[in-house]
Design a protein around this ligand. Structure first.
Ligand code: AMO
Length: 447
């Protein structure tokens, strides 16, 4: 391994009495008479730097987000100055020498507080800055752990992880919310989901998992929709409906549990409980869920063809109260409301062998058993006003022997949002895209 002289903030816990060399960002500075302090942030955390005597005025020259190199000695803090909130709260570094590597311009707002109290548009307008804040960056540590948990759980199911394209010849989910692309003068689409490819791979690997960007030209602004999102998908061959339900609940709960266990400190900082996961996740048909909603709220949604956001919240409250569960699986949505590849319920073909997984009031997953008969699938594509010729490669897979199969897809940002109880999905995306913005807000840029 290459020897690096640099020490990380959290290493200082084990380097008491030793000389250390740190590099990082100035978070906040403060002066108390002849002693000055600043907090230095690096990828491992934050550490207090203390400057005495003639070095103290040097600290006043530093400003928030300057990149600095610090030489000093790690010392145990006096008992009364221990900060239990910091991993390095029992140590500090007594400054010997500091050097500014990159000077930061004046901050547009206070970056030094524990919270970043900004309106969402400002939080996003200054994304390159706000992402650095120690309350914001950990959101994406949770996101990373969700992906880790998903990979681990889907591997346990025997999935091969695959990587599929995001430019497609056909629109994957139907509907109008598709972005068109000019592809060397040919028409093409950005995928609304990796659906078609994961199904095509059934005869190859039998079980696949994949992580893909997905694009939806969402025509409205909501707190749970992005124009570009990340989907975590599984597709599983030789599985019937009940097995699919078991699988999605296994992957869903393992994934969330893994992330919560990996970062209890982040959950604590966000003031959220660890997820309630009973042995058996409650399962309801959509019509049963609507019946319960009517019973508990007197809101009559029993004839609706789908669950709305309010319904999802209400049924999750019920699941928590009655089953001590943050999860609830809803099945058998009306066939007409689901994508063309969804298998009808043989007992009641108006409905379908489909499911959503709700977590803390929001749908985080949806999926279904699939139609797996070539002729039938071609028929459905026609019936839905699409052209089978646009699905040539997809249909080809069905022509040459495909197992019965089904699958599901999680929205990564929605899982992140709900695990940390964020109020808007945009906070759970590093660089969110929506109707109003690609990095910059159109309204500001186009003035
Ligand atoms: P669906 O369209 O329900 O199903 O998407 C699956 C999951 O992805 C997330 N999601 C979104 N997140 C943020 N912004 C959006 N615009 C957005 N759209 C979807 C949600 C949702 O539950 N191919 C099927 C899945 C399958 O059948 O396997 C599909 O895409 O969490």
């Amino acid at each position: 391994m290459v020897h690096v002289a640099r020490n990380l903030a959290k290493d200082c816990n084990d380097l008491i009495g030793k000389e250390v060399l740190l590099r990082g960002w100035v978070e906040r500075t403060r002066t108390h008479g002849k002693v000055a302090f600043f907090d230095l942030r690096d990828r491992s955390g934050i550490i207090q730097i203390t400057a005495h005597g003639e070095l103290a005025p040097k600290v006043a020259e530093l400003s928030s987000q300057d990149v600095v190199e610090v030489k000093g000695v790690a010392r145990a803090r006096d008992e009364k100055y221990i900060n239990p909130e910091l991993e390095t709260g029992k140590v500090e570094v007594h400054l010997e020498r500091q050097n500014v590597i990159s000077k930061a311009a004046e901050m547009p707002f206070d970056m030094g507080g524990k919270e970043l109290n900004l309106e969402l548009p400002t939080l996003l307008d200054f994304r390159s800055l706000t992402l650095r804040h120690s309350k914001i960056a950990p959101i994406f540590k949770i996101q990373e752990a969700i992906v880790e948990g998903f990979r681990k759980a889907s591997k346990e199911l025997g999935c091969t992880e695959v990587f599929t394209p995001t430019i497609s010849y056909s629109s994957t989910e139907g509907g109008a919310d598709v972005f068109r692309v000019d592809y060397y003068g040919h028409k093409a689409f950005l995928i609304q989901s990796p659906q078609l490819y994961k199904q095509i791979l059934m005869p190859v690997f039998e079980r696949v998992s994949l992580i893909s960007h997905a694009y939806r030209a969402e025509p409205s602004v909501t707190t749970r929709h992005l124009s570009e999102s990340i989907q975590l998908d599984c597709e599983l061959g030789f599985m019937e409906f009940e097995e699919l339900l078991d699988s999605l609940e296994f992957v869903g709960t393992e994934t969330i549990n893994h992330a919560a266990k990996a970062h209890p400190d982040i959950l604590k900082n966000y003031g959220v409980e660890k997820p309630a996961i009973p042995k058996k996740i409650p399962r309801l048909k959509m019509r049963e869920a609507q019946e319960i909603i009517f019973e508990i709220t007197n809101r009559d949604v029993r004839n609706e063809l789908d669950l709305g956001p309010e319904d999802e919240k209400d049924i999750c409250k019920w699941a928590l109260k009655e089953h001590n569960s943050d999860f609830v699986t809803i099945t058998h949505f009306p066939l007409a409301k689901r994508a063309f590849y969804t298998h009808p319920d043989p007992d009641n073909p108006e409905f379908s062998l489909s499911y959503d997984l709700l977590f803390r009031g929001v749908e985080i997953l949806s999926g279904s058993k699939r139609v797996d008969n070539y002729e039938k699938l071609s028929e459905i594509i026609k019936e839905r006003g699409m052209n089978p010729a646009d699905f040539e490669m997809y249909l080809q897979a069905f022509k040459y022997g495909i197992p019965p199969h089904g699958g599901f897809s999680f929205g990564l940002e929605r899982m992140t949002m709900k695990l940390l109880n964020l109020s808007n999905i945009r906070e759970a995306s590093l660089f969110p895209r929506d109707m109003e913005r690609i990095d910059q807000r159109f309204s500001v840029k186009e003035k």
